[in-house]
Each structure stands twice: as C-alpha cells, then as structure tokens.
Design a protein around this ligand. Structure first.
Ligand code: SF4
Length: 375
C-alpha cells in the first residue's frame, strides 16, 4: 500500500490542474479551475478591465464579462486528459487509503464493509500534505469515516485542512449498531457528528445504505435526526458488489422512501441540486438539516459523473461499477515519467463507459468488494 507515495506523486502531477488529492473522498481539478476563474475572471476583476469599464449598462457589462469568460475558457480549456468521450470533466477524486477497518461487520458485511482511513497512523500528515494544495486552489478535502475513532483526531484534521466529512452510519439504534458492527461506539459516532458541526463543518454528511429488512424502518428516524442538526442524511440505494450477498429484494428504490417520508411529512420537498451532485436533495421545511437520495440503481446519474477513484492498492478506477483498472502504483514504482502517467490516465478516462451496465448485468459482473474500492 503506498498512499503517501501516491499522494506526493499526485502533487507532482500538478500539470493536471492539481488534480489528485483527498483521502477517502473528494477533491478537484474543477475546484482549482473554479477558484482560478473566481480569482482571475470574477465580475469585479473583469469589470476592472479598461475595456469593460467603458460599458455603461449592467446587463451589457454582464454580457461582455460572459463573452470574455467564454473566450478565456476557450484559451484555457479544462484538462483534456480528464475529459472523457462524453464530455464529462472529472473534477473529483476519491483515494482509498486502506483496506483495513476497525469495525467487524460480520453480521452485515454487505452494507458497512469499507476501509476506514482513521486506522492510518499518518492520517493527519496525509491530510496536511493535501492541505498544502489549498493555496493552489484545492477547495475541498473530505474524508469518509465510520466515526468510531475520529472524535479525538477531528480537531487536528480540521486544522490541517479537512473541510468536509462523510460519516457512514446505517442505524440510529445503538443496540442494532452493536449487532451490525460487533463494536460498541455508537455514542462516539454521535459525539463526532456534534463535534464536526461545532468545528464549523456544514453540513456534515451522513451516509446510510438502506436495505429492506435491515434498516428501512429507520428512515423516518433519520429524517427526524435532521430536525435540529444541520446534517445531510444521504440514503444510498443498496448496490451489488463483490461479496456483498446482493439480493434484489433488499433494494429499496428511493421513490418508495420518498412516499414513506411524505406520508408523515407532507411538506417534504425537493431542493435544487448542484450539477455534479450525486444525491437528490430534499428537506422538511423548518428542519435544520436535509435529506438526499443516492439513486445509483433506480435512476443512475452517470451522465453527470465527475468521479475517479484510486483504490487502496493504487489502481485508477474510472467507474465504480467498471472492472477495468490500471495500476498507477506499479507505474510509479517502475519510474514512469509524468508524461507517461498522464497518457495512461487519459486513456483510462477516455475508455470510461457512458453509464453502468444496469442492475441485472452488474449482479453477474466481476467487481471488487467495496472494502477494496473505498466508496
Ligand atoms: S456508475 Fe460509473 S459512470 Fe455511473 S455515476 Fe457511478 S462511477 Fe460514474
């Protein structure tokens, strides 16, 4: 496992618009791109141009600013390396840092089994390395964690630059939590959520994989959880992965969840999503937090996919449900140049499929277990 190596090498690949970054989660090229544009092409900055100051009407200024932005974008287009054949620009990279986990989910490995970044002793150093990219435009350093061992580490991670937290939590019942994970620690997870909110993370995302017969009856409890906490509960449709004992009848389509929620909260309504959001956002008016649905199975969002992944063993995986991978780790160990790495990355991105193969085909397709992908 060579995540530190990958990270430092990633930094070295700065020409890819500072692409590769964050631990078990996000970070972007587009974030850098957007930030660059914000700094250099903002309305005040552009309006300060001699050229634009000669224009009187605000609408006319706006039109000319937009034209100028379009011209600049044409001059400095988004990295071709990271644009696939369907014009999707890959601005988000998840790096899995480990295959190890501090939970023992033998009862329900199908939903909770994934690597836990806080088991890494050097996690703070890794985040700090990523934090060094922030002055260059990196906006988001996120971590996906089960929250068990995060509470103590959270302040230093935030100080090092982590600014978004995804907590995996499939039940709000402490006894069920112990049964599912074979670990105590439910209270610690709750405290971590409160600490993250107190540290200014807003919102804190809580990911819940919904499975019929396991936790689908808790959906209303999760919605209730958003009443006073500014959390973003994201209900994830159960998906077929290697070794997760997939059964189609365990999948609860999101429309069913929405109906169940609206039966109790008739005002539960849709919010506006950002273009690359993977979740469909909703909320109960008056509640502090919100709810989202990640509908990979019943209504995929492949058309706006902006994600790439690096597995814990150093493979670039361009699609969560694709089984083609390329080992960047091996290439780096073989001393390949940045140019050679760029070529391989571009080829992989260009080969990304338009969308996943559909539930019935995914079931029979070979794919890694989630613990090896990292989410
Ligand atoms: S299935 Fe693949 S293409 Fe579709 S959203 Fe997921 S990672 Fe992107």
């Amino acid at each position: 496992m060579s995540s530190p190596c990958l990270l430092s090498r990633a930094r070295h690949l700065g020409a890819l618009r500072r692409s590769f970054t964050s631990p078990n989660a996000i970070s972007p090229i587009a974030a850098a791109h957007a930030s660059y544009r914000a700094r250099h092409y903002s309305l005040p900055a552009l309006a300060a141009d001699e050229d634009l100051n000669t224009v009187a009407s605000p609408q006319s200024i706006k039109d000319r600013v937009q034209a100028k932005i379009a011209a600049i974008d044409q001059e400095r287009p988004f990295s071709n390396v990271l644009t696939d054949n369907f014009s999707r620009q890959h601005t988000y990279l998840r790096i899995s840092l480990t295959e190890k986990c501090n939970l023992r989910c033998t009862l329900t490995p199908e939903i909770t089994d994934r690597g836990e970044p806080t088991v890494r002793k050097d996690i703070n150093d890794l985040v700090a390395q990523l934090g060094e990219l922030q002055p260059m435009g990196l906006k988001t350093i996120a971590m996906t964690s089960n929250g068990i061992a995060l509470k103590r580490k959270l302040p230093s991670l935030v100080a090092s630059g982590m600014n978004l937290l995804n907590l995996s939590l499939d039940t709000l019942d402490r006894f069920k939590f112990e049964l599912m994970t074979r670990r105590k620690g439910f209270e610690r997870v709750m405290e971590t959520i409160d600490d993250a909110l107190a540290l200014g993370m807003s919102p804190v995302k809580v990911n819940c994989v919904v499975m019929r017969g396991t936790n689908d009856k808790e959906v209303l409890d999760f919605v209730e959880f958003t009443r006073n906490k500014k959390v973003d509960i994201r209900f994830i449709e159960y998906m077929p992965f290697g070794g997760n004992k997939w059964k189609e009848n365990k999948l609860v389509p999101y429309q069913e969840l929405i109906s169940n929620i609206q039966a109790v909260h008739p005002t539960f309504k849709k919010l506006i999503d950002d273009p690359n959001d993977t979740s469909k956002a909703y909320h109960v008016p008056g509640f502090a937090g919100q709810v989202g649905f990640i509908t990979s199975m019943s209504d995929h969002f492949c058309g706006t996919c902006n994600r790439l992944r690096i597995t814990a063993d150093g493979n670039l995986k361009v699609c969560l449900f694709g089984n083609t991978e390329v080992s960047l780790r091996d290439m780096i160990r073989q001393g390949k140049t940045d140019e050679e790495l760029r070529e391989v990355i571009e080829m992989a991105v260009k080969n990304k499929k338009k969308q996943h193969a559909g539930v019935s085909n995914l079931v029979n397709m070979k794919n890694r277990p989630m613990i090896l992908i990292g989410g």
